[in-house]
Write a protein that binds this ligand. Structure first.
Ligand code: 8IG
Length: 272
């Protein structure tokens, strides 16, 4: 049976198989914190600590290689200065890839099965607040899941109150008191929003729009992890600024902000 069939049969067994593989190949029995590094956040891994093992995502059971330029397809085990074991997932599977929600959250479930008690989700996204110029990091305070999908199946009723840990957001603001926070709306993508959709998102209470994170956060909470989310606003959402959106702009503002947000994230991890 291929690992993809396995994922289709029993996603939690597939996650356990991935965790077993990760433990075997990294030589680390149990990891403490999982990080998903989205657009703009890739450099952060280097500041978190010493990389002790790098796996290609494609070799780990149930994982897929990333579909997007600017996303890295590796899974790294990192030893932090204070002795924590971080599992860095550089290979996010997006909902828009059409591989199904199980594939989207497989890395999250694998990280939980690998022992991670904390889940750090990062992304690049569009911002609705004009004060957030491209390159501004923003804490995720809550989300609105506009995908009409869930990683949970059957009568699995999970409370999402305080999904995004207030405790870790407070730690983040100790590192950088200027950090703002906002509600993140996950659209399916891969197209960006129309200006009308951005106005809709604004009216229902969102200030950040993206194509990831919410489904992963739900899976993380279901798996019992403490979830922290931080976005890098790489562009103003459609219609907020007069300029059209470009993937090039997204990559460039991510690169420009890279060193600052990497330091920020590394300092937050130290405080966990
Ligand atoms: I980077 O403006 C990035 N990802 N949905 N909208 C959505 N996703 C994004 C955006 C954006 N920018």
């Amino acid at each position: 049976m291929s690992t993809t069939d396995f994922l289709n049969t029993d996603p939690f067994a597939a996650a356990q198989a991935a965790a077993d593989y990760i433990a075997e190949e990294t030589g680390v029995d149990s990891h403490d914190v999982a990080l998903v590094l989205g657009s703009g956040w890739g450099e952060a891994a280097d500041l978190i600590g010493e990389t002790t093992a790098t796996l290609s995502a494609a070799e780990v059971p149930g994982f897929h290689a990333p579909a997007v330029e600017g996303h890295v397809g590796t899974i790294r085990s990192i030893l932090t200065k204070d002795g924590k074991r971080a599992l860095v997932l550089g290979a996010r599977t997006h909902y828009y890839e059409g591989k199904g929600v199980r594939a989207v959250v497989h890395g999250i479930r694998a990280a939980a099965a690998a022992g991670c008690k904390t889940l750090v989700l990062t992304n690049g996204c569009g911002g609705l607040n004009e004060a957030w110029t491209p390159g501004t990091p923003v804490l995720i305070s809550d989300h609105i899941n506009l995908t009409a999908a869930s990683p949970l199946e059957g009568a699995t009723f999970v409370d999402l109150t305080d999904l995004y840990s207030a405790r870790i957001r407070d730690l983040a603001r100790e590192v950088d008191p200027t950090l703002d926070q906002g509600v993140y709306a996950q659209f399916t993508g891969p197209h960006y929003e129309t200006p009308a959709e951005v106005q809709y998102a604004k009216r229902i209470g969102a200030e950040l729009v993206g194509m990831s994170t919410a489904l992963e956060a739900i899976a993380g909470r279901h798996a019992g992890m403490e979830v922290f989310g931080i976005s890098l606003v790489t562009n103003l959402a459609a219609g907020i600024s007069p300029q059209p959106l470009s993937h090039q702009e997204v990559i460039e503002s991510g690169q420009a902000a890279g060193p600052r947000i990497s330091r920020l994230l590394a300092d937050i991890i130290t405080k966990l």
